[in-house]
Design a protein around this ligand. Structure first.
Ligand SMILES: [Zn+2]
Length: 336
């Protein structure tokens, strides 16, 4: 039914997408960038993100994001910058997406810190004689066995490096990370009312995700590659650009190309120090800014190419696909 369709469209800001695509030709490549500092301090004063040996993801995200805002403002004074978490306190994911969409962001950059669980080690200590008895009465027999002895203990996970995520529609891995990133959302009261029934396997959800992915995939993927390129350039361990299907709701919910940067592992001693240092935070901010610079150059080149060949940024083909997609949702609703 149309009503329901419109509701879905509203939820996923497809209207915003359509509008932004229609007018894109006349605009500058990037007018507004949304910076999203992950997590934040809860009302009870507790932290929400990953935990290192002495620091918290929430604080690092905040500090890096502030430096990123400064760097982008310095580099592109004409670009409007919107922060989804301007203070240290937490902002729920729904509000973050609303801020981004309401301000008609052209780019959404979420800053996070990674964590890896400790690794369990097992050392062989030799064997120990263990005596037991079998049978009853006269048949009772003493049995001596050599039982191997082990000592188990946990060591810090050596995982380190950066990863830049984009919304992926055909991969279902990295679930562990996804669950972690999703946790704040599911902790919120009435999350179902706010986010609706998030069933990543529902046809509507998949269809919308596919549409969204198609429209923004290329841009997000391009930028994520550029971010990792910059990290590698300054000697960080780049774990590359990655995709997720679930867990990065905020990337899916923002009607603009969007990336989530995992700036390093808080569970790695060396990287925890780096992530907490002024120079490390500054370096991360500069890497992301340089990537944005390359991205804008790439976008403008694309725009010029399109103009030179007399095409709008969105081809007729894409528009036709979009209309076809809207029709499909409607038909799907009628068949229920
Ligand atoms: Zn995080």
């Amino acid at each position: 039914m149309l009503k329901k369709t419109l509701l879905i469209l509203g939820c996923f800001s497809i209207v915003t997408v359509l509008a932004s695509f229609t007018f894109e030709k006349k605009q500058k490549a990037i007018k507004t960038i949304v910076i999203d500092a992950g997590h934040g301090i809860e009302s009870d004063g507790g932290y929400n993100g990953a935990k290192g040996s002495y620091s918290y993801e929430d604080e690092i995200c905040y500090e890096v994001s502030k430096k990123l805002v400064k760097e982008i403002a310095k580099e592109f004074p004409e670009i409007r910058i919107i922060e989804t978490r301007p203070e240290r306190t937490i902002v729920d994911l729904h509000e973050r997406a609303r801020i981004a969409n309401h301000n008609k962001g052209d780019l959404f950059i979420s800053i996070h810190v990674n964590a890896a669980p400790p690794i369990t080690q097992r050392d062989y200590l030799g064997t120990k004689k263990v005596v037991s008895y079998t049978g009853k009465g006269k048949k009772r027999k003493k049995v001596t066995r050599e039982v191997p002895q082990y000592r188990t203990y946990k060591i810090p996970n050596p995982a380190k490096g950066t990863e830049t995520y984009i919304w992926g529609s055909h991969k279902n891995e990295d679930k562990e990370v996804a669950m972690r990133e999703n946790a704040p959302m599911f902790n919120e009261e009435n999350y179902k009312e706010k986010y609706g029934d998030i069933d990543p396997n529902s046809p509507d959800f998949i269809a919308l995700s596919l549409l969204k992915t198609k429209q923004f995939f290329k841009r997000s993927a391009t930028l994520s590659g550029m971010v990792e390129e910059q990290f590698a350039k300054v000697g960080r361990t780049s774990r590359g650009q990655r995709q997720r299907q679930v867990g990065i709701w905020v990337l899916q919910a923002t009607a603009m190309p969007s990336i989530l940067v995992e700036t390093g592992y808080i569970t790695n001693k060396e990287e925890e120090d780096y992530l907490n240092s002024e120079s490390g935070q500054q370096e991360i901010a500069e890497c992301v800014t340089n990537a944005v610079k390359n991205y804008i150059t790439w976008l403008e080149k694309q725009g010029n190419q399109n103009l030179n060949t007399g095409q709008a940024t969105v081809s007729n083909n894409d528009q036709a696909n979009m209309m076809q997609f809207l029709k499909q949702i409607d038909e799907h609703e009628h068949s229920k």
